[in-house]
Every structure is written in C-alpha cells, then in structure tokens.
Design a protein around this ligand. Structure first.
Ligand SMILES: [Cu+2]
Length: 299
C-alpha cells in the first residue's frame, strides 16, 4: 500500500513535467534535432515524419531503459558498498528465477517491438510507385551526378531529357566556386528515382529527406516519395568512393509543376535529349558480356 502511494507521488509530477516539457518543445526538438522540418513542422517529403518518429520514439524507449538501469546500478553500488569493519566476500547469491525471467522477457519484448515498428515503416517507405508522375534516373559517377528525366517509366528514354554534372570545385579556402549538379523535382507529385552508377558504389543522399540509398553498377535501386515543400536542399554522396568523394555534391530544387515543365523544356531546347545511361558507363566488362580479356584491358 505504502509503495503504491509513494509511486503515485512520483508518477504524477513526472507526467505533468513531461507534458509541460513536450508542449514547450520546438519542431526541431520534437523531431530529435533531425533536419528536414520547417519551424511550423512541415516535412520535406511524405516520409520524413515517419523516419523522425522512428528515431525519436526509439530514443525515448532506450532512454527510459537506460535511466532505470543506471539508477539500479548506482543504487546497488551505494546501498551495498563495503562498510567499515567488513571483511571477506559478501553473501554470494546464485540465481533468482523471477528476476531471470524478467530480464529475459523484457529485452525480448523491446527487440520485437523495435523490429515491428521498423518493419512496418520500412514496408511503407520502400513501396515503389508503379505509376509515378515523374521517374528520374540518378546516375552516380566519380565524382558527380547525372540526372535523366522521364515520365512514368524510367526506361522509356525516347522523351527523356538530361543533365550531366561535374564535381564541385573549390577555392584555396575550401569554398565551392562551381555550379553544383542540380536535381529538379515537382512539388506534391509522386516521384520515383532510379539509382545507378557508372563506376564504383556511390550513395544518393538528400539530407533533409532523411533518406539515402546505395547506387551500384549492374543492380538498380529505387526510391519513391512525394516532395511536400518547395525549396532548395543539399545532397551528397554517402559512400566513400574515391579521392574526390567529398566533392560529390548536388542540389535539389523542389519547384511548382509549371517551373518543372519549363526546366525540362529548357533542357530539350538545349538538345539534351535521349538516353545517357549505358553509353557513358565506365565499366563495360560486366560478367556475361562475352568480352575477350583483350577487350577488357591488358591487366
Ligand atoms: Cu560517390
């Protein structure tokens, strides 16, 4: 009885403090200090909140476990410390069945819980659109990006337009002086991005979208999402891919549909049409092409 009453006195103020604390939180704090949110909480894509939710809730659960564990450890160390005049070893206990069962089952529940929420969110985020409004092939290469814009089908290259980027140039102080490759995306539209590489493994990372995925040669990856906020975002390669990996930067411009169409028209007028996928690949010696060793180089 006394224990429950005492517990109530501990729980009520703790609950009130948490509620007050959360009410005063900024969007950035509520999203675990992750990027991708404006002050009014607008997410960058339709998946950003899901990612930050997984992050923040996992931290809350783990911190609660941590606080309980640290408290018990501290308490044991202080309450059962060696006192003046004590000699020899303390009483040696073997096992305590209820506690053993408790600390087997609780971690099991935690692990299963983390797995369930992760699997649920991942299944949603990884669902690729069958009929996107725009399908864009992003091609990684040492050390820049090419983008090829198509409509529903990324492999329908007849009407495609493209840009080819070069790696970032800097001055002596490290400030970027060149124009970065820029990916245009129409806002509030279903976007599917096909990820591929011309040479080594790269990773396509748009920081504010809280999402990145590897780019391989010989195996295409995809990501599907809806950008929900007009603006400019930073992107970079997230896989160490060679000497100038750190210069493998790009910009993302999320624009209104009309601006997106105008941009694609400008590429079309500049003659940047057709397919730039295979022809510019640096590795032509994929397995199964039947190429002779001579054709693959003399080493
Ligand atoms: Cu790279």
């Amino acid at each position: 009885m006394r224990v429950t009453r005492r517990l109530r006195w501990a729980v009520i103020p703790l609950g009130i403090a948490t509620a007050i604390g959360l009410a005063g939180c900024t969007t950035s704090q509520l999203n675990g200090f992750l990027p991708g949110f404006t002050d009014d909480g607008t997410q960058a894509t339709n998946h950003t909140e899901m990612v930050s939710g997984l992050w923040v809730n996992s931290w809350i659960v783990l911190l609660v476990v941590g606080i309980i564990t640290w408290t018990l450890m501290g308490w044991a160390a202080i309450a059962y410390r060696r006192r003046k005049g004590q000699r020899g070893l303390p009483v040696q206990l073997r096992y305590n069945m209820p506690i053993e069962i408790f600390y087997t089952i609780v971690p099991l529940i935690l692990v299963l819980g983390f797995f369930a929420f992760t699997a649920r969110d991942q299944a949603i985020i990884e669902t690729q659109y069958d009929e996107p409004d725009a399908c864009i092939t992003a091609i990684g290469k040492q050390w820049a990006w090419d983008f090829q814009y198509a409509e529903q089908d990324c492999d329908d290259a007849d009407a495609a337009v493209w840009t080819m980027g070069v790696q970032a140039q800097t001055d002596a102080q490290g400030n970027i002086t060149s124009e970065l490759p820029t990916l245009y995306l129409p806002v509030d539209k279903k976007i599917k991005i096909k990820l591929t590489s011309r040479d080594v493994i790269h990773s396509f990372w748009i920081i504010d979208f809280l999402y990145k995925k590897d780019m391989y040669i010989g195996k295409d990856n995809y990501m599907s999402f809806i950008p929900t906020r007009v603006g400019e975002y930073d992107g970079k390669c997230a896989e160490l891919c060679g000497q100038y990996h750190s210069m493998m930067l790009f910009k993302v411009k999320v624009v209104e549909q009309a601006d997106y169409d105008a941009y694609l028209d400008s590429l079309r007028e500049a003659g940047q049409t057709g397919d730039i996928n295979e022809a510019y690949n640096r590795l032509q010696n994929l397995p199964g092409t039947g190429a002779t060793p001579e054709a693959e180089g003399d080493h």
